[in-house]
Write a new protein. Sequence first.
Length: 346
Amino acid sequence: MRMSSPRVITVSTGTVLRTIFILLALVVAWLVRDILCYVFLAFLLAGILYPFARWAERHKIPKALAVIAVYILIVGALALLLALMLPVIVGEVRSIPSAYGSSFGWASGWISVVKAWVARLVVDTDWSSTLLGIQGQMQDLVGNLFSTLTGAVGALAGVVIVFVLSFYIIIEEPAIKRAFQDLVPEEHREYATQFATRVMNRLGDWMRGEIVLMVILGMLYLVVYLVLGVPFPVLLALLGGFMEFIPYLGPIISGIPAILLALTISPGHAIAAFVCMIVIHELESNLIAPKVMQKSVGLNPVISIIAFLVGLQLFGVVGGIIAIPVATCGSLAYSEWLAFKRKRNG
């Protein structure tokens, strides 16, 4: 009986070199991940602003002037919004510790009953020290929050970098396209340019739609919380609008504190807040989002949640937020590549 000789797996030098190059590229990307984050955000902002630049170009208006005008409008709108809302937000944040200890007035009777029942079981529970400890923790939380806000001033430099990079990406679009084409083999240059343009356009459509949805839902939440009299309505509305960025998981994250705060008024208010959130979610899913996002392709909700959790684990809150547009960009690029393959094979 002849014994088969063992298979010898040969690996070419080119494969080894490519593997080493890919690993080195990943290491370098990890080391400069903050810079790559700025660059990606700049391209994302450029994708949002491209329609305005193209409109200006069609009407013989210099693109630089159009982009600067849009920047001024954005900064002016944000400044006006902060001037109107920041005093309210600061007031709400400062009132959290004092409101926490006194807001469960409706439940004081039940707390007394539970305390008496525990006393019958000869369980020595120091309720006052427990409440004081919770209040102290809330005060520490508020102090940390203000420290974080103070430290956020340092992030202003990052915002300026993103705006400047985005400006030059739009203004120097022909030069960037030429540089991109030089990296692609000649037979694929035309398609590669069209591919990058389509991905950029679709990503911009998606991002603009998300911003509109966040504003609409934030306003709806604000109206509901004001009508119901839920504490801290502006903070909760901002959280609700911002969390729209995360499908399915976002409404849960923003809904829990809203329901708990409504519970401080009465159980009926908590039930009303829960019902209103369900109604808003259904309106968003079946009416608002299809109208706003009809020209864009979003990301599968499961992939969005996974991307958010991975980004959150690796880079914190900012990483979780950025992970969703990054995953969306990758999904769009993959769908365009599949369309190209089908077109070439068909």
